[in-house]
Design a protein around this ligand. Structure first.
Ligand SMILES: Nc1ncnc2c1ncn2[C@@H]1O[C@H](COP(=O)(O)OP(=O)(O)O)[C@@H](O)[C@H]1O
Ligand SMILES: [Mg+2]
Length: 506
């Protein structure tokens, strides 16, 4: 047996660039919406204030997808490195870019061809294209300058000049598009896809969108008609966007410090049984309990406990926000799609060591989240059943009432309507037709500037419903009910007459 040698002897070398099929394989974990989010990260890094996602349809069929932004563009000296797989630049603090991979991985996960067309604020344009079918020797096409100008100057509908430049990413041969040219089917594909895009971008970019730092639009261009259809705008979907916390002691910040690193856990408890989209989120609230990681304000990972505890319906109100700052970045690793954070072993130790100002721990928090959930279930079970609201209530008001109050089964609802009253009484309780009639003479002073209609005056109607619903129950009107009605009549009529006097005085 020969002696083991530390160094490997060589004689010369051969040049072996990666096979172009390597490009096919990158970004496999992307979906259309995560891929677009990655391109928008680049626009944010380039100080864009507006982004447009545009589907292009010709003869019914979807052909291309564009993503245009009003950021600072790419200088000609930088564009080749921007197109290079793994081509990195100097990243400033807070930059969302990292691996020099994002744009290429995102694009090739969805399309066979990626074209980048860009113009800097001083008007210098450049364009490059990768096509997977002809990338065999890694030759990247240089786009004709006139065409670059034409594309960047298309009508993108920007409302402001942003950073003064413009970048357009164009995908052709999009693999995820439906292949049909049947307009109805394309339309349903677009509706579903655009909804998914708006939801995902609304979620991962919610901090940017809520600050007003960025607006994201989605539209569809029909090139045969030369027309751009309706525009949709992404709305912020804040996974911590409740109105009141489910437990008054929250949110609580738990902090762990070690080796100069400081990890902050913002522990939130949602109110029970919330119907807000921000609670349900795509995927469902139960799936979305747990940790939410942000890096430079971009949400990277939405829910899951990463081994900290196990998912449980009773913990569905618990969500923790963690901002990954540069000094603690070493605790985590991020997949190249930037859609998942993996925590290292130190993370679990730090979490166990974390304390709030009042000394409480992660265990205390989880117990509080669980008991808040249990209490919210008990409360709704114990509530007295009521007759449902019927005509005269706005649908959103009916929903809010239904979320809070269990209804008596199989009973006619209570309506609230306006009609001309003979006297001055504000309302009439009509048990026969199960209606509260409001005296029309006070209508204008109650609704003020608002438009009248069947469902007007929601506040007054909600109050009357809560007050009066009870007297519609039972076989006959008892003495106590009659006295209550007389009392309400006196007080409310005095109140509404005083309101009328004030509104006519102005
Ligand atoms: N919309 C854009 N505006 C300006 N520059 C961009 C844009 N998209 C991409 N770039 C440039 O291309 C480079 C490569 O992007 P990418 O592949 O996503 O890698 P990374 O963002 O990690 O650097 C970026 O670093 C940036 O310089
Ligand atoms: Mg990037």
């Amino acid at each position: 047996m020969s002696q083991w040698r530390e160094d490997v002897p060589t004689e010369g070398s051969v040049h072996l660039p990666p096979d172009a099929h390597a490009l096919d394989g990158i970004g496999r974990n992307h979906s259309l919406e995560t891929a677009l989010a990655d391109l928008i990260d680049n626009a944010i890094d380039a100080s864009a204030t507006e982004v447009v996602v545009r589907f292009v349809q010709r003869q019914g069929k979807l052909r291309s997808l564009y993503l245009a932004d009003n950021g600072h563009g790419i200088a000609p000296a930088e564009i080749d490195s921007a197109m290079t797989v793994g081509g990195r630049r100097d990243y400033h603090r807070g930059s969302l870019g990292k691996f020099g991979l994002g744009m290429k991985a995102a694009s090739f996960s969805q399309a066979r061809s990626l074209t980048v067309l860009t113009r800097t604020p001083d008007g210098v344009a450049s364009g490059r294209r990768w096509h997977l079918d002809s990338a065999a020797d890694f030759r990247c096409d240089i786009v004709a300058p006139e065409f670059v100008m034409e594309e960047v100057d298309r009508d993108w509908g920007f409302k402001s000049s942003g950073a003064g430049g413009r970048t357009v990413i164009r995908w052709d041969d999009v693999t995820g598009f439906t292949a049909t040219d049947d307009r109805d089917r394309v339309q349903s594909f677009l509706t579903a896809t655009i909804t998914k895009i708006l939801n995902h971008l609304g979620l991962v970019l919610h901090r940017f969108l809520a600050k007003g730092a960025l607006r994201v639009f989605v539209d569809v261009e029909d090139v045969d008609r030369g027309a751009i259809g309706a525009r949709f705008e992404a709305e912020p979907l804040n996974p911590f966007g409740y109105h009141h916390p489910g437990n008054p002691g929250y949110p609580k910040i738990l902090t762990a410090k070690r080796d100069g690193m400081s990890l902050n856990l913002a522990c939130h408890i949602w109110p029970g049984r919330s119907k807000l989209a921000a609670f349900k989120l795509p995927g469902g609230a139960i799936e979305r309990q747990g940790l939410y990681f942000y890096r430079a304000d971009r949400l990277l990972h939405a829910g899951g406990w990463d081994g900290l505890t196990v998912a449980d319906p009773r913990l569905q109100l618990a969500r923790i926000a963690i901002d990954i700052t540069d000094d603690i970045a070493g605790l985590f690793s991020m997949n190249p799609e930037k859609s998942r954070i993996t925590v290292g072993p130190d993370f679990a130790h730090l979490i166990e060591a974390a304390r709030s100002a009042d000394g409480s721990t992660i265990g205390d928090y989880l117990r509080d989240a669980e008991s808040t959930y249990k209490r919210s279930r008990e409360r709704s079970r114990d509530r007295r059943k009521m007759l449902p609201p019927g005509k005269g209530f706005e649908p959103s008001l009916k929903r809010a009432i239904g979320d809070e109050i269990p209804f008596v089964d199989g009973e006619e609802p209570v309506d609230i309507r306006w009609r001309r009253g003979d006297g001055l009484d504000f309302f009439v309780v009509d048990r026969e037709s199960r209606t509260i009639w409001l005296n029309d003479r006070y209508r204008q002073s109650i609704i003020g500037e608002a438009r009248g209609g069947l469902n007007d005056a929601p506040l007054v109607k909600a109050l009357l419903y809560l007050l009066i619903e009870d007297v519609f129950r039972g076989e006959y009107l008892g003495a106590k009910d009659k006295d209550n009605i007389a009392l309400w009549q006196e007080v409310l009529t005095a109140a509404v007459r005083s309101q009328l006097a004030r509104s006519t005085r102005q």
